[in-house]
Design a binder for this molecule. Structure first.
Ligand code: NIG
Ligand code: FE
Length: 418
């Protein structure tokens, strides 16, 4: 078979080869490193991964693109499995309040926070939202990210804005190198008009919004912000079970600030992921391990919220919960597109090992989006999504933090960034 692109002489080829499922416990240790590695693609797909030279049945000719991996660490394309990519405006006006110690939920309760982004997103045209999100996607790609998740949730009761966000994500998925998987998150805040009767809004989400999002095939997942003063455990359960009836798999913003029992709920209903989990209980963590719910940890949010509290990642790893790491890119609690910084936080603050970190942003991130058979590892038949880091080893990428180590990004077999 002909190779259309080859990366050869790779100092550290990190394949994450294994079973196509989220990794826990023992399987976290072997990340499939090949020294002097070589990888060949035909079109969008990987056709060979090994050491040294290509076997003779793989044909290299003058059209084959050859990249040199000397001095490089090569990994699967990174997956950022939790973002609020599409939104209008920005919220640096909250910095002064944050520095004074005003809590995130107080800003929200006073009509700021998410509500102010709802206003900017409503006011923005499709093109404005598209251009702003495209700029962020370009940045993500430069940082080695080849697949992301993107949530709605800045329209809330203004359903047209929810749809507009999902349609922007859809269009960008068609136009941009980075693949986007969409999540419907109408239950992101209780709209001002429903403060006294939030259950009425929950009914609208269930009866009107979820069926329409499903009919238009605009989202693969449904998510709820289950939090003190936002949506309760019961409301979250109702919404997510309804979404599942319409084919949208449940995700949950769980125990981000208060220990409401979001981890327990995610295990009870079998969410694909529970995200944040800063205040998750011991029992919740055990239950997640039993049900196989992926913990999607977002240390950039803890950093930005300045509470000094981070998810108990080590406890989760030891309990056997699969871990993914994501940016949570959004204008209010984590305004960064830089997943490499989050990898450093995952290690330097949450004490994840380099092996656990790279797993969390590749195969486990892919599994957090139900894409573990297509992406997340470098194996024959998988998508040619590959990052070349200008780095002698994995540790260097994580330890030398805050800068971009990417040399080249290959997306579906094409050079998407160099
Ligand atoms: O994941 N917690 C709720 N949603 C986002 C923040 C959204 C915002 O503040 O705009 C989060 O932290
Ligand atoms: Fe979030």
């Amino acid at each position: 078979m002909k190779a259309t692109l080859v990366i050869k002489n790779v100092d550290n080829l990190i394949t994450l080869k294994g079973e196509n499922k989220p990794r826990v416990k023992e399987s976290l240790k072997d990340i499939g490193i090949i020294k002097n590695g070589i990888i060949a693609l035909n079109g969008e797909k990987i056709i060979y991964v090994g050491e040294g030279e290509l076997p003779s049945d793989i044909i290299v000719d003058e059209d084959t693109i050859i990249l040199n991996g000397i001095g490089k660490t090569v990994t699967p394309g990174l997956v950022d499995s939790h973002t609020h990519l599409v939104h209008g405006g920005s919220r640096e006006n909250e910095l002064a309040m944050k520095l004074k110690g005003v809590p995130y939920l107080d800003i929200l309760a006073a009509g700021g926070g998410i509500h102010s982004t709802v206003k900017s997103t409503k006011e923005a045209t499709f093109e404005e939202l598209y251009n702003q999100a495209k700029k962020s996607l370009d940045t993500m790609l430069k940082f080695g990210v080849t697949t992301i998740e993107a949530k709605s949730g800045y329209g809330i009761d203004d359903f047209d804005t929810e749809l507009k966000q999902l349609e922007v994500a859809n269009k960008l998925n068609e136009d941009h190198h980075v693949d986007i998987v969409s999540t419907f998150m109408g239950a992101h805040a209780v709209p001002k008009d429903y403060r006294d009767n939030p259950d009425d809004f929950v009914d609208i989400i269930i009866k009107d919004m979820i069926p329409e999002v499903a009919r238009r095939k605009l989202a693969k997942f449904c998510d709820v912000f289950c939090e003190e003063g936002v949506f309760t455990i019961d409301q979250s359960r109702k919404i997510l079970l309804a979404a599942r009836e319409y084919g949208m798999e449940p995700k949950l913003h769980a125990d981000e600030i208060e220990p409401l029992g979001g981890a327990e709920l995610s295990a009870e209903i079998g969410c694909i992921t529970a995200d944040h989990l800063i205040a998750a209980s011991d029992i919740g963590i055990e239950q997640m391990a039993k049900s196989g719910v992926i913990a999607n940890l977002l240390p950039g949010t803890s950093f930005n919220l300045q509470t000094g509290k981070f998810a108990r990642a080590r406890k989760m790893v030891e309990a056997g919960v699969p871990i993914a790491l994501s940016t949570d890119y959004n204008p209010g609690s984590c305004p960064t597109e830089n997943l490499q910084l989050i990898m450093s936080f995952g290690s330097l603050i949450m004490k994840l090992t380099p092996e656990e970190v790279i797993t969390a942003v590749t195969i486990n991130g892919a599994a957090a989006l139900g894409l573990e058979r297509e992406v997340g590892s470098l194996e024959i038949g998988k998508r040619g999504d590959i990052v070349m880091f200008d780095s002698p080893n994995l540790e260097y990428i994580i330890y030398h933090f805050g800068v971009n180590h990417v040399d080249t990004v290959v997306k579906k077999g094409k050079i998407a960034y160099k």
